[in-house]
Ligand binder design. Structure first.
Ligand code: BES
Ligand code: MN
Ligand code: ZN
Length: 497
């Protein structure tokens, strides 16, 4: 991304800089686009034929210094069939369009129109959201630029649309979500030497300026509450663990909140059951669930969502050390249930057990959703396209599946059941923290279920989707910021008054 990206909304007649337009299959344009392209209609037809470009989705055509246009470059982005366009299609197209704006261009205009006509304000905002996410880069630790990577310091991208005022208003909400995703991505991308619990809590505390109440519990406070499982994981780290509780009260007074809980293992070495060296650096992303919760709280507060929400993140590091917990140790959770630690690398569930119980007991939420990079096994099961969803409530599972289809952050439901649950019974304690290789994601979810009582609950295993996932038109970042858009949509569609 350039040092600064400014997104704006202008009337169809104000076209400056690089011109980006959308085209439906068999080269169909909307009326405003037709008008803009009239001076080069002939050249465009010949270029399209020469390049076999027909407007298929995923394809594009570029004409440099088009004769008859003041634009230094014209980009035609294929938008496919354009029937039943979903939000996720618009976000993707916005990303694809942004991807065609050259790094050195100071200015570009994207005509927010399909062959079917001008886009609605909300649709324009979705395009802009995609553009913003595409433009994201994490380069704060790069002190040099290679040749060919030169970029303009400032890029201004305008969306030409039917009503720029209403588009601007719709963008205010979408921008809140975009900023939430960007915040989540930044947190996931940060290395663990920078983002230890103190710094993480400090960044979450930044939400206060949006009206979010932020509480930070330290080790002493958690000891008092009896969080033996969470504290056991963090006891080998040089940095003290923290629990951050964020509250946004935009709904009716006295209405019970909905709760989001994130695994925030800011580095997972595996502990005494240490992981192999290969790829261990990726475990700086083991706090992606927590990052999503912070990003979501940002999105909801910044767009003043009419809902009461609690977000909670358990921030710990899993280290081997003289003080670290060992295989065979038995810890007592805040719920009173005891756990035999078979494998210190199954630490996420230990952290979540205490946070889930605490939030459930303290806030009596209407529902709880946790996000965690919990198991490698979910990647074996689902790859990196779908997040694994586990639920004790069918309605919740369905609502999240719908929000997933709308946003493109898709979830796939996995089973729970007593047959799986008994696998984690322990010889010495109430349960053990691993259930062996078979169904590893399921037994992990069964473990969490033992800490939610009857509260409607969903567990999202984001190990495959949170980082190092396949790049897309709207994500070139290692940390994907996965889940912010999904859960923002879920809240908007079902829980705002
Ligand atoms: N954080 C890991 C899971 C993970 C692996 C996330 C790869 C993202 C990418 C988790 O704490 C873990 O180590 N899980 C173990 C559980 C096992 C010891 C029962 C695993 O998946 O191997
Ligand atoms: Mn682990
Ligand atoms: Zn982990």
């Amino acid at each position: 991304m350039p040092a600064s990206l400014k997104l704006g909304f202008v009337p169809f007649t104000r076209l400056n800089g690089v011109l980006v337009v959308f085209c439906a299959e068999s080269m169909k344009f909307g009326p405003a686009t037709e008008r803009a392209l009239a001076p080069i209609a002939n050249q465009l037809r010949r270029a399209a034929a020469a390049d076999r470009f027909t407007g298929k989705s995923g394809s594009s055509l570029e004409i440099i210094a088009p004769t008859g246009l003041s634009a230094p470059r014209l980009v035609v982005v294929g938008a496919g069939k354009q029937k039943e366009v979903k939000d996720r299609d618009l976000i993707g197209l916005g990303g694809a369009a942004m991807g065609k704006v050259p790094g050195l261009a100071g200015q570009a205009t994207i005509i927010a129109e399909f062959a079917t006509g001008a886009l609605k304000a909300r649709q324009v905002a979705s395009l802009a959201l995609g553009a913003r996410l595409r433009a994201y880069t994490f380069d704060r630790y790069k002190t040099k630029r290679k040749e060919g990577e030169e970029r303009a310091d400032k890029v201004e991208v305008n969306f030409a649309c039917a009503n720029s005022d209403t588009a601007e208003k719709a963008w205010a909400s979408a921008a809140a979500v975009a900023d939430g995703v960007v915040l989540a991505r930044d947190l996931v991308n940060e290395p663990a030497n920078i983002l230890y619990p103190g710094e993480f809590a400090r960044r979450a505390s930044g939400l206060r300026k949006l009206g979010v109440t932020v509480e930070v519990l330290d080790v002493a406070a958690m000891k008092k509450l009896g969080m033996g499982a969470l504290l056991g994981v963090g006891q080998g780290s040089a940095h003290d663990s923290r629990l951050v509780v964020m509250r946004w009260e935009g709904g009716k007074r006295g209405v019970g909140p909905i709760a989001f809980i994130g695994k925030g293992v800011y580095f997972d070495t595996g502990g005494i059951s240490i992981k192999p060296a290969q790829g261990m650096e990726d475990m700086k992303g083991d706090m992606a669930g927590a990052a999503c919760v912070v990003g979501l709280m940002h999105a909801l507060a910044a767009r003043k969502a009419k809902v009461n929400v609690v977000g909670a993140i358990g921030l710990v590091e899993n280290m081997p050390d003289g003080k670290a917990q060992r295989p065979g140790d038995i810890v007592t959770t805040m719920s009173g249930q005891t756990v035999e630690v078979i494998n210190t690398d199954a630490e996420g569930r230990l952290v979540l057990a205490d946070v889930l119980h605490y939030i459930n007991k303290r806030f009596k939420p209407k529902l709880m959703i946790d996000l965690a990079t919990l198991t490698g096994a979910i990647m074996v099961a689902l790859g990196q396209e779908y997040t694994g969803l586990f639920a004790n409530d069918d309605k919740l599972a369905e609502r999240l599946a719908k929000a997933g289809e709308a946003t493109g952050e898709r979830v796939w439901r996995m089973p729970l059941g007593p047959e799986y649950d008994k696998i984690i019974d322990s010889k010495f304690a109430d349960m053990k923290n691993t259930g062996g290789r078979y169904g590893g994601s399921i037994t992990a979810a069964q473990f969490l279920q033992r800490f939610v009582n009857k509260t409607p609950w969903v567990h999202l295993d984001i190990a495959g989707t949170a980082f190092a996932s396949p790049q897309s038109d709207i994500n070139k970042s290692w940390g994907a910021g996965w889940g912010v858009r999904l859960l923002d949509r879920f809240v908007e569609d079902y829980y705002e008054r």
